[in-house]
Design a protein around this ligand. Structure first.
Ligand SMILES: NC(=O)c1ccc[n+]([C@@H]2O[C@H](COP(=O)([O-])OP(=O)(O)OC[C@H]3O[C@@H](n4cnc5c(N)ncnc54)[C@H](OP(=O)(O)O)[C@@H]3O)[C@@H](O)[C@H]2O)c1
Length: 266
């Protein structure tokens, strides 16, 4: 008789595209998860990913079309978690967006929207999932190399990612006793739908992309490995490592002056 094993469930936000969808694929393929709660706003994208995962052997996929920047939708998620009480092996907070442009040009709504999604929603989803995370489980939070330095021309976005990095590291320390790892993932630019939302044609986009494009596959593979090793930060490129080192060694005022000279933030 075949032994029945319990499901290994991953709750993934931002699963309709890019990094979130790739996490679902790689967690299934590597055998680290076999059941999924897939969250984003676009239902049809989530349904198509769910069909793909089920065809590849997933036990179950729950499609949750939610707008995480809306309190009502966060309440729906809270109610569902309360009713179903899943045991989570993975929480991946990948939902996020940035808008390139000066703070004054973007205006208060666009700046606040980034904080609501990248900061408030991530904190809310993490808090809702904490009671359901099993011993030995993993939390993966999508930060960015933008977390290491203030970034004129992308100021609000970079600040939200600095929050994610700081929050995740402190949380990792708090959850040590429960043997839950927390990993802040800090990729450089990737070719996902991200820059379509952020603004594809600006000079700042060109300068950011000139740092070198990372593949989603490599970013996610590295992040899963680092999370399983209990590491607090996952940087998957040499440029990322270098930016982090520079941000630690040199005064940020000086770096900002150099960045302006190089045209960052024009
Ligand atoms: N791509 C890059 O260059 C890059 C670099 C460093 C860090 N990151 C970070 O990596 C993460 C994933 O980005 P990505 O590259 O995969 O970008 P992406 O392809 O644009 O994916 C973003 C995901 O977030 C979801 N989302 C956006 N607004 C939402 C909302 N209000 N409620 C629920 N879900 C929402 C989107 O789905 P719906 O539109 O269907 O809601 C989508 O699934 C983000 O946190 C991003 O900041 C990206």
């Amino acid at each position: 008789m075949q032994k029945k094993t319990s499901p290994r469930t991953a709750l993934i936000t931002g699963a309709s595209s890019g990094v979130g969808a790739e996490f679902a694929r790689q967690l299934l393929a590597s055998g680290h998860a076999d059941s999924f709660w897939l969250i984003a706003r676009r239902r049809e994208r989530l349904e198509s990913l769910a069909a793909e995962l089920e065809a590849a052997g997933a036990r179950s996929c729950r499609v949750l079309p939610l707008d995480l920047s809306q309190d009502d939708d966060l309440r729906r998620l809270a109610d569902l978690l309360e009713q179903e009480r899943p045991t989570l092996a993975w929480l991946v907070n990948s939902a996020g967006a940035g808008r390139i442009g000066h703070v004054a040009t973007l205006g208060p709504d666009a700046n606040r929207a980034q904080c609501r999604l990248n900061v408030e929603a991530l904190v809310a989803v993490t808090g809702l999932c904490l009671p359901h995370l099993a011993r030995g489980s993993h939390i993966v939070q999508l930060a960015s190399i933008a977390a290491f330095l203030p970034q004129p021309g992308f100021a609000t976005y970079a600040a939200t990612k600095a929050f994610v990095l700081s929050y995740s590291r402190a949380l990792a320390s708090e959850l040590r006793e429960r043997q839950i790892s927390v990993t802040a993932v800090c990729p450089g630019p990737m070719e996902t739908e991200f820059f379509r939302v952020a603004g594809e044609s600006s000079k700042t986009t060109g300068r950011i992309k000139s740092l070198g494009i990372e593949t989603v596959d490599h970013v996610v593979r590295t992040a899963i490995r680092r999370a399983r090793a209990g590491r607090q930060v996952s940087i998957s490129s040499l440029v990322g490592q270098l930016i982090r080192l520079i941000s630690r060694l040199l005064p940020h005022g000086f770096i900002l002056r150099v960045m302006r000279r190089l045209g960052f933030g024009d």
